[in-house]
Design a protein around this ligand. Structure first.
Ligand SMILES: Cc1ncc(COP(=O)(O)O)c(C=O)c1O
Length: 415
């Protein structure tokens, strides 16, 4: 490094030293290659064919328990037909931003349908869920404002908060006593700042619910606004499947909602929903909306058809929850620790990273596709195998998976 010994506490640049090559860190990054060499690398696995609940990898069948395809709609013939029809009518892409040449009539129809579904005056669709959170958060909050997030909020909420340049505070996961202390401190330090709290409805790696009945009134008592990320809950929970805000009967009090289409909606894209003037503002201020190409036509048509199906077939949601209960009860009776899960996201807590990778590998070889998750996506020493259910898993498939979990768990000494 081009620096001399610290002098009086200051690091002094050495003007004679060669500058560091920006790519040096790439040469030093060996962790992934070491895991590959050990045959334990679990990421970027190419799936060569899929029927939804089962996939094919290198010619071998795997039971898919690592997808967010909660309603099992990615392979529904009606959904695939809608996507094909839209591609034939509008082409394969919009080749521009919503702001300029990338708004189709079906974007606006979808927004009206989603606003109604989510119980809000207006909605706005973005090209990904990640961009939706970045856009909402960084357009509404700025320097001089305060954002408060749960320590287990999704990465795009964290990045949106950083991008906004607001002052960011974090509270312990779902700990309302801690949140109240953080709110008091934030208000003491920034008495007149605008305040935004952002929280996952269903936490993506834990499978538990945000404590909205306590959180929402608490945030409002301090003059804040709440944004609920319904990525894993839209289509999954609530009387009509609208999400955790609906489940708790808190739709009018939930200031802002967001959701993604990459899970129950079998596609890609995201939505923000709120009062009309808030959506109007985000529409004109969110840089991820204005400077990025819009959702492609086939994705818009896919989401519209999924929305129609999920409204008219509530039994899909019931099947999803029945499947989740079956897998969770089976895992728990085998002796696995399923953490805080109360939803179709069911983690198996392992703890140690290497053991998690090893367990993943044994499961994979025996025929189950799961996701190993390590820090920083989850807290240190709580590495896990993340599983998630679909409405379309059959009882026989879940029982087959449970038999494999039992054998694999005994082989790695977890149970
Ligand atoms: C809670 C949460 N929010 C937002 C996102 C981003 O959504 P997308 O993958 O659709 O961009 C995800 C994705 O995993 C998520 O889990």
């Amino acid at each position: 490094m081009g620096v001399r010994q610290p002098r009086g506490g200051q690091v002094v640049p050495d003007p004679t030293a060669a500058p560091e090559d920006l790519f040096e860190k790439c040469r030093r990054f060996t962790r992934a290659r070491e895991a590959q060499a050990a045959g334990l690398y679990p990421y970027f696995v190419p799936i060569m064919g899929s029927e939804g609940t089962e996939v094919h990898v290198e010619g071998r069948r795997k039971i898919m328990l690592g997808s967010n395809n909660y309603l099992g709609l990615t392979h529904d013939p009606r959904v695939m037909e809608a996507a094909q029809k839209a591609a034939r009518r509008y082409g394969t892409g919009c080749t521009g931003s919503r702001f300029l040449n990338g708004t189709l009539d079906i974007h606006e129809k979808l927004e009206a349908e989603l606003a109604g579904f989510l119980g809000k005056e207006a909605a706005l669709v973005f090209s990904t869920g990640f961009q939706t959170n970045l856009g909402i958060i960084s357009s509404l909050a700025g320097r001089g404002d305060v954002i408060i997030i749960d320590k287990l909020d999704h990465a795009c909420i964290v990045d949106g908060a950083i991008l906004s340049q607001a002052r960011v505070y974090r509270y312990n996961h779902n700990d309302m006593t801690h949140l109240e202390r953080v709110l008091e401190r934030a208000r003491r330090e920034h008495p007149v700042a605008g305040l935004l709290i952002v929280v996952d409805g269903i936490f993506s790696m834990e499978g538990d619910l945000a404590d909205l009945p306590h959180l929402v009134p608490l945030v409002h008592r301090f003059g804040g606004r709440i944004l609920i990320d319904e990525a894993h809950s839209m289509g999954v929970i609530g009387a009509t499947g609208a999400g955790v805000h609906e489940h708790f009967g808190l739709t009018p009090q939930s200031d802002l909602l967001m959701g993604t289409f990459s899970k129950s909606f079998a596609s890609i894209g995201g939505v923000a929903a709120a009062d009309e003037n808030v959506i109007h503002y985000i529409k004109h201020m969110a840089r991820t909306m204005i400077f990025s190409a819009s959702m492609p036509p086939y994705a818009v048509a896919t989401v519209r058809e999924c929305l129609r199906i999920l409204k008219s077939e509530p039994d899909r949601r019931e099947r999803l929850w029945r499947n989740a209960d079956r897998l969770k009860a089976g895992l728990q009776s085998l002796g696995f620790d399923t953490g805080l899960s109360v939803t179709p996201i069911i983690p198996i807590i392992v703890g140690d990273n290497v053991r998690t990778f090893f367990f993943w590998k044994v499961l994979f070889e025996m025929g189950i596709f799961t996701n190993p998750v390590i820090a920083p996506a989850v807290p240190e020493n709580s590495a896990r195998i993340r599983t998630s259910l679909m409405a379309t898993h059959t009882a026989a498939l879940i029982d087959e998976a449970l038999e494999i979990f039992g054998r694999a768990g005994r082989q790695v000494g977890l149970i």
